[in-house]
Design a protein around this ligand. Structure first.
Ligand SMILES: NC(=O)c1ccc[n+]([C@@H]2O[C@H](COP(=O)([O-])OP(=O)(O)OC[C@H]3O[C@@H](n4cnc5c(N)ncnc54)[C@H](OP(=O)(O)O)[C@@H]3O)[C@@H](O)[C@H]2O)c1
Length: 283
């Protein structure tokens, strides 16, 4: 099978390309410089003779999207639309990466794949639009919603916390937002398993199972680098206001994976311990 990967220089894109290459697949990786997904002629000429198009390209600066929504929309909605249209033209399957931010986070039980989207931020609105755009262009698609991503390539929450823990005597981290920390290598693996299984077109939740607060996750991160988790103090979202609202309850269910006979990613804590040497190194 021939896989085309956009955003191949990003945190997830790098791991997707590595995993597929290591598995002996034929991969056509495109960084932003090689394929700008918002330029129709570039997309049209790049997508030819491939079986799967994986879109890892995105505007991911959540706070900046509040003041640059139209630029974010071009990348997160128009880009996926152009890719899905081109994928359909060549008979390829379209894989779009989406996010927990399509939900407002006001729920108290895990969001199902079919729950109504209700984004509370500009970034979430543009990603929700990307999902609709893909659905509008092709009926051969997988939408993988992931969340709280970390990985070895690029900046991420665990790397920031590990650095701060080495510099400061104490860290203040919010305890009133919960979610599912998820390793990019696990998303790459799940993505490949879904395609290999010929999973039906639809939305799948590509997050680890279980959930934890940012405060609880930071305690694990700090332990992984040999520091005392006692240095991590709990604060609230109210005391730590950001330009874009964050969902308080970002917990996604995995029923669609079970229906497709594809195992979900494992428990977030177990996966963090597997990932930590790659992401932050071990003390
Ligand atoms: N990070 C998270 O916590 C998280 C959570 C949930 C969902 N997601 C989703 O997961 C996916 C991967 O995210 P990530 O964390 O790997 O993001 P990332 O590291 O920021 O990678 C995104 C890549 O897209 C590229 N890009 C931006 N605009 C482009 C364009 N017009 N054409 C082609 N490429 C373009 C970027 O290139 P430049 O760097 O050169 O701009 C970058 O290499 C995204 O769909 C994101 O929305 C991420």
């Amino acid at each position: 099978m021939r896989w085309l990967v956009t955003g191949a220089g990003g945190m997830l894109g790098t791991d997707v390309v590595s995993l597929l290459t290591a598995a002996g697949e034929e991969v056509v990786p495109h960084t932003r410089q090689q394929l700008d997904i918002t330029t129709p002629a570039v997309v049209e000429s790049a997508i030819d003779d491939v079986d799967v198009v994986i879109n890892c390209a995105a505007w991911t600066a959540v706070d900046d999207a509040e003041t640059h929504e139209s630029e974010a929309f071009r990348i997160n909605a128009v880009g996926p639309q152009l890719l899905a249209r081109a994928a359909k033209r060549v008979g390829a399957r379209m894989v779009q990466i989406s996010t927990d931010y399509v939900f407002d986070g006001h729920a108290s039980t895990p969001y199902g794949e079919g729950a109504a989207m209700a984004p509370a931020s500009a970034y979430g609105r543009t990603k929700a639009a990307g999902e609709w755009a893909v659905r509008a262009e092709t009926d051969d698609f997988l939408i993988l919603r992931t969340a709280w991503l970390y990985g070895a390539h690029g900046g991420c929450f665990p790397k920031t916390m590990a650095r701060l823990a080495a510099e400061r005597p104490e860290l203040q981290v919010v305890g009133d937002q919960v979610g599912q920390p998820t390793w990019t290598a696990d998303v790459a693996d799940l993505l490949r398993r879904l395609v290999d299984a010929g999973a039906p077109s639809g939305v799948y939740h590509a997050t680890a199972t279980g959930y934890v607060s940012w405060h609880g996750f930071t305690k694990e991160i700090v332990s992984s680098i040999g520091r005392s988790p006692e240095m991590v103090k709990e604060t609230t979202s109210e005391a730590f206001v950001r330009p874009a609202p964050r969902p308080a309850f970002s917990v996604l269910g995995h029923d669609a994976l079970e229906r497709a006979g594809v195992a979900p990613i494992g428990d977030w804590a177990e996966r963090w311990h597997a990932a930590a040497p790659d992401v932050v190194g071990l003390a």
